[in-house]
Write a protein that binds this ligand. Structure first.
Ligand code: PLP
Length: 385
């Protein structure tokens, strides 16, 4: 078991909010009805899901009828890519996504390619922002769907999705955005973003794991991934995970109510963190671009990211190397390579992602521990040479 006590991996997952757990518990015990049942247990579950749908919709400026609950952010991404591609058909045009997407988007695009769809990649510049030239080049070929994430899970870099959506729409393409990391950290407004589909995940906003949502413009022709009893208007069959959906709803409501205070706190803590990191000689990735207030992705030349993460864990700090979702992989971050970062430096990448419960004292303690570990690791490297 890990010795970590101070949690700084909030882009990986977040702690369940105690208020969220409290509203979930009755649905795990006495209110165990299936939401499709006609009796009072079923009706109570249905009413709770309807309320959660409103809470999620309100948090992102959408209409409740636009919210489709899924089993995760990954499922919402898969549903958007595969479902929209299936609705449009293989001859409707290519599917384009950015090179920095989470595998929950890039892998279904890859799978479509193997099944005969044409696909295209949109590149990014050195700051991790979408290249306008690359987007324009992709859109010169008939395109049925463009997918560009709102905020990157590794660098925290935020894309101008509204402008990207405008270009895509001008070329007759549908547009999906993965807003999983943006929710709860910056304002996320479905109408303003001007997209056709948007993915969300509960466990990034202090809700339970294993529930997400696809927010969907109802005019979009989309095929389900999962067929069965016709839940979620036939788009996602399977008895609803009532407790998780209820928790997700409240987590969204709290996240939007507390957004300003959370992002202010995280921004201040990140400011102090990065001041300290720079004075220790860190390179901070994507720092010239607009970023999520909680995320810092950095490296120290000649220090392996994995080694530093393990060393920091022993000192009681939980941080990530590269993307947490693929931390069993030893490949350098595809996001950093796409930004043109040298492979050696990319192997040093460490991500600190702060949350609502972190404090200035924790940042100071982290910087002190980091300084000690850097000295120790540099001494070890010197001996090895
Ligand atoms: N999209 C992004 C940008 C993510 O960071 C993640 C998870 O880290 C996901 C999608 C997947 O969400 P989930 O863990 O709910 O499947």
């Amino acid at each position: 078991m890990s010795a970590s006590a101070i949690y700084m991996d909030n882009n990986g997952t977040t702690a369940l909010d105690a208020r969220v757990l409290e509203v979930m518990l009755p649905f795990l015990v006495e209110q165990h009805g299936n939401a499709t049942s006609r009796h009072s247990f079923g009706r109570t579950a249905r009413t709770a899901i309807d309320h959660a749908r409103e809470q999620v919709a309100n948090a992102v400026g959408a209409h409740p009828t636009q919210v489709v609950f899924t089993g995760s952010g990954t499922e919402a991404d898969n549903m958007a890519i595969t479902g929209i591609a299936a609705g449009a058909g293989v001859d409707a045009g290519q599917i384009a996504c950015s090179v920095i997407e989470h595998p929950a988007v890039s892998r279904p695009v890859q799978a479509l390619r193997l099944r005969g769809w044409k696909t295209a990649s949109i590149t990014v510049d050195g700051d991790g922002k979408i290249s306008q030239d690359s987007l324009a080049r992709a859109l010169n070929t008939p395109t049925s769907l463009v997918s560009v994430m709102l905020a990157n899970n590794e660098t925290g870099v935020i894309q101008d999705v509204t402008a990207i959506a405008e270009s895509a729409k001008r070329h007759g393409a549908l547009i999906h955005t993965d807003a999983v990391q943006a929710l709860g950290k910056i304002p996320v407004e479905f109408q303003e973003l001007n997209v056709h589909a948007m993915s969300l995940s509960s466990h990034k906003v202090h809700g339970p794991q294993g529930v997400g949502a696809l927010v969907l413009d109802k005019r979009v022709d989309i095929q389900p991934l999962i067929y069965g009893g016709g839940q979620e208007k036939g788009l996602r069959s399977g008895s609803e995970n009532v407790a998780a959906i209820v928790g997700f709803g409240l987590a969204c409501e709290i996240a939007s109510r507390e957004l300003e205070q959370r992002s202010k706190l995280m921004g201040e803590l990140r400011g102090r963190l990065e001041q300290g990191l720079k004075s220790l000689g860190a390179v901070i990735f994507g720092s010239a671009a607009e970023r999520l207030p909680n995320t810092s992705f950095f490296a120290f030349p000649d220090i392996e990211g994995e080694t530093l993460v393990v060393a920091l864990d022993r000192k009681g700090f939980a941080v990530a190397s590269g993307s947490a979702c693929s931390s069993d992989s030893t490949e350098p971050s595809h996001v950093l390579l796409a930004m043109g970062i040298e492979e050696d430096l990319a192997r040093g990448a460490v991500r600190v992602s702060l949350g609502k419960d972190n404090t200035l004292e924790q940042i100071e303690a982290f910087l002190a521990a980091l300084e000690g570990e850097l000295l120790r690791l540099k001494r070890l490297t010197a001996i090895a040479v």
